[in-house]
Write a protein that binds this ligand. Structure first.
Ligand code: GDP
Length: 362
């Protein structure tokens, strides 16, 4: 009974894993994200998908619906409330996110164009993922461009492949093998996800089409499975604050604001925050925690919802005095009565060297 009560308490403390999408330009990163966001429901915040600051949140109900084509009996178990996907695809944003010690992303999708194989920015992305030890899967995108491809919109990949004629299947095999060889040259053992017996050792390839939606159920199911199996159990619970500044923006009526991703922990209105500034550490108090107004027909442009408290994982805009010199990529810390403010200032400023290196090379 006590255990059950404990489980009940902990359920509210669960946080969602964070996913980044990266890869070479034109491989379909943006299109894939758009396709995942698409639902059958017209208008509104369909099915609970919520647009946040710099990220999109997919609750479990939406993931279930999207995985349904390959999991009609709903056998997939979900242990987290949902999945947070960072909206700005590309490795620039990923490089900029230098939370020390840990990485902002719990998992990444590396998008590769099946017609082009590994390209220059694919290799750069692989380096970044390795540096940060971020687990990743590969979306082998644009399968609809294989000669003679007959689409089953939003279908599971394996069913779709089975329906293709022999020559299309052969072309798929040839390109798949070429990709596997290219990954091997990078020292990576890539295998189609359905043949992957060791997720810790091998990189999973998921064939997808951002145009037809094929393979997207497979990709989402794999993301769910991998984050649940490979993320340390502790990572699924709200714990110590982990927060990163994505962008510094001047907003009419609000002044300079920061868009942050809260990867772990809780932020409250009024919290004293410490972050990295160009002229030294910034210490200020949170005036407002803002997320975009839900998508309604009569959406007022630039209208925000105010929150007293926000929980990870999510993207949120912070309005506070004195943010003019804030640096994107900086960590954000909360200073409680028990904390030594000077120590926190030193902590955030120790990131500056890394950040400057990034700023000077970009
Ligand atoms: P990004 O630069 O990686 O974000 O690539 P985009 O999402 O902007 O896509 C680049 C181009 O490829 C666009 O013209 C897309 O319409 C097209 N594209 C993306 N995904 C697919 C796909 O799965 N199939 C086909 N045929 N075209 C795609």
């Amino acid at each position: 009974k006590k255990e059950a009560a404990q489980a009940e308490v902990n359920k509210d403390d669960l946080r969602s894993p964070i996913c980044c999408i990266l890869g070479h330009v034109d491989t379909g990163k943006t299109k894939l994200l758009d396709k995942i966001r698409q639902t059958n429901v017209q208008g509104g915040e369909a099915g609970g998908i919520t647009q946040q600051i710099g990220a999109t949140y997919f609750p479990v109900e939406v993931l279930k619906e999207k995985i349904a084509p390959i999991d009609p009996e709903e056998k997939q178990v979900f242990k987290t409330p949902g999945l947070l996907v960072i909206d700005t695809p590309g490795h620039e944003s990923f490089t900029n996110l230098r939370t020390r010690g840990s990485s902002l992303c719990n998992i990444a999708v590396l998008v590769v164009d099946i017609m082009h194989g590994l390209e220059q920015q694919t290799l750069e992305s692989i380096r970044l993922l390795r540096d940060k030890k971020t687990p990743f899967i590969v979306a082998l995108n644009k399968i609809d461009r294989l000669y003679g491809w007959q689409a089953t919109p939003n279908g599971g990949f394996r069913d779709s492949l089975a329906k293709q004629n022999k020559s299309t299947q052969n072309e798929f095999d040839t390109r798949l093998q070429a990709t596997i060889v290219a990954f091997a040259e990078q020292g990576l053992n890539a295998v189609p996800y359905y043949n992957n017996k060791n997720f810790a050792k091998n990189v999973s390839l998921v064939p997808t089409s951002a145009h037809t939606g094929e393979g997207i159920p497979d990709m989402l199911q794999l993301l769910v499975q991998l984050t649940q199996e490979r993320m340390a159990a502790s990572l699924m619970y709200l714990s110590e604050l982990e927060c990163t500044v994505l962008e510094v923006k001047v907003i009419e009526g609000l002044g300079t604001t920061i868009d942050v991703i809260l990867s772990n922990g809780v932020l409250r209105e009024g919290d004293k925050i410490v972050l990295c500034g160009l002229n030294g550490p910034i210490v200020t108090n949170v005036r407002a925690l803002l997320t975009p107004e839900p998508l309604k027909e009569m959406r007022v442009k630039g209208a925000y919802v105010h929150h007293k408290l926000v929980k990870a994982a999510l993207g949120v805009k912070i309005s506070a005095p004195g943010l003019e010199k804030a640096i994107s990529g900086s960590r954000l810390l909360v200073c409680t009565d028990d904390d030594d403010e000077e120590e926190l200032k030193d902590d955030v400023m120790s990131d500056l060297k890394d950040l400057q290196r990034w700023i000077s090379t970009s």
